[in-house]
Write a protein that binds this ligand. Structure first.
Ligand SMILES: [Zn+2]
Ligand SMILES: [Zn+2]
Length: 346
């Protein structure tokens, strides 16, 4: 085993503390990555405040530099700039994996943290750390010319909205609604706009309007205003719902056009809606989670081409507990990236 330093929580609600953890020695297909920036995802907060598993090192959207390669590695060399998302392995043989949907692997994908290595069963620890070891098949080249800290959130938040936008073939002439303006929502606006769609943000707070227009939204609708919502009835080809707080989906189903689709990503624990809002207009309710390897690569290529990155607030890694506390109360615009070059006790 090899030793590295990481921010680890021992139990639910406990603060992250700097300590040593163990990573596996490199297998032939592995690369070792010196982590430079790690995004802070809402999943990290959920895991820390909830069921873990503990001990927990969060972090599943990070970038870094390859420091060592296994004997069978072909796509990377020492010094390669790379990015890693929320999956680091899958079975490779099931129908989901064969379809390039490793995120839905029938034998469960190996999560970047909170999972177990498929070969030796050891728990996986995430990217709030100095070093990560991963199989090259789940490591991506960092797009050139893009700011590394701002690329990190693409690896979870980005692909989570990218894959549905592509699956529903969002493009010019289409009307797209984005519900919620956080880490996922702000990237959904950028992607849908760059894909050529007419984009509307649905938000609970009118104060977010200017920010949304700067990101590429064409209009903003305050979801708490019944008249404004009624005015959107039967309008949208596709709505992507990223709001994590529990809420009724019915107003968004009503806002869909004939045969339109609402893809709900956020509040799955409490999905409530009036079934008649599906019936009237032959509408569809769908969901999705994360992305497979091909979609992740496609997203990175698209971002490179269009110069798209996440809007991040970079914090030194030792302020990790501040980042978690602020994200919990949605006090971030729009994603934190931890500078892992500044690791010291929090
Ligand atoms: Zn995430
Ligand atoms: Zn599989």
């Amino acid at each position: 085993m090899r030793t590295t330093t990481a921010y680890l929580a021992e139990s639910s609600g406990a603060p992250l503390r700097l300590q040593e953890i163990q990573r596996r020695e490199l297998r032939p297909e592995d690369v070792a990555i010196d982590i430079t920036f790690c995004g802070v995802c809402f999943s990290d907060v959920h895991a820390l405040q909830g069921q873990g598993p503990f001990p927990l090192v969060p972090g599943h959207e990070f970038v870094g530099v390859v420091t060592e390669i296994g004997s069978a590695v072909t796509r990377f060399a020492v010094g390669s700039a790379v990015a890693v998302g929320n999956i680091v392995d899958s079975c490779g043989t099931c129908t989901m994996c064969a379809a390039g949907q490793q995120n839905y692997c029938a034998k469960f994908p190996t999560l970047t943290y909170g999972g177990h290595d498929r070969q030796d069963g050891t728990p996986t620890f995430g990217g709030y750390a100095k070093e990560y070891v991963a199989a090259e098949a789940f490591v991506y080249h960092l797009p050139e010319r893009l700011d590394p800290a701002s690329v990190a959130p693409l690896m979870c938040a980005g692909v989570t909205v990218w894959e549905p936008l592509r699956q529903w073939q969002i493009g010019p002439g289409m009307t797209v609604g984005v519900v919620g303006l956080g880490g996922l929502g702000h990237l959904a606006i950028k992607f849908a706009h760059a894909l050529g769609a007419h984009v509307t943000l649905f938000t609970t707070s009118a104060g977010k309007a200017d920010g949304a227009l700067e990101l590429g939204a064409d209009q903003v609708v305050v979801s708490g205003d019944p008249a404004a919502m009624s005015a959107q009835a039967n309008t949208f080809d596709f709505i992507i719902d990223t709001a994590s707080a529990p809420h009724d989906l019915t107003p968004y189903l009503r806002a869909l056009a004939l045969d339109g689709t609402l893809c709900a990503l956020g509040a799955l624990g409490s999905m409530e809606f009036d079934p008649y809002a599906l019936l009237i207009g032959r509408k569809r309710l769908a969901s999705a989670g994360s992305g497979g390897v091909p979609a992740t690569q496609e997203m990175l290529d698209f971002c490179q081409l269009h110069g798209i990155t996440a809007d991040v607030e970079v914090l030194p890694a030792h302020e990790v507990n501040t980042a978690i506390a602020r994200l919990e109360r949605n006090d971030v615009r729009y994603r934190f990236a931890l500078d892992m070059g500044q690791m010291s006790a929090p």
